[in-house]
Write a new protein. Structure first.
Length: 81
């Protein structure tokens, strides 16, 4: 089936890039996708903070909560070990 061929092609690309030490997806595409996934949650957080008079989200140095944006955007740094 075409879907199986697409899955096989994607897996082949991931494996080949892994062997060559390259990213299988564009870092820019990953950053844009992560930002798009986080935007609705950031808008909601900004609205809640404004409603509760807790300050402006733009002036915070760090977010007051952790945003979950999906497992596909979780990376493990070797420097954290």
């Amino acid at each position: 089936s075409p879907a199986a061929w697409d899955d096989a092609a994607a897996e082949f690309t991931r494996q080949a890039c892994s062997l060559m030490g390259q990213a299988s997806e564009s870092p820019l595409a990953v950053a844009v996708a992560a930002g798009a996934a986080a935007l609705p949650k950031l808008f909601k957080l900004a609205a809640v903070m404004e409603q509760n008079l807790q300050g402006d989200l733009r002036t915070c140095e760090q977010l007051p909560v952790e945003l979950e944006i999906g497992d596909e955007f979780v990376f493990h740094s070797i420097f954290a070990c």
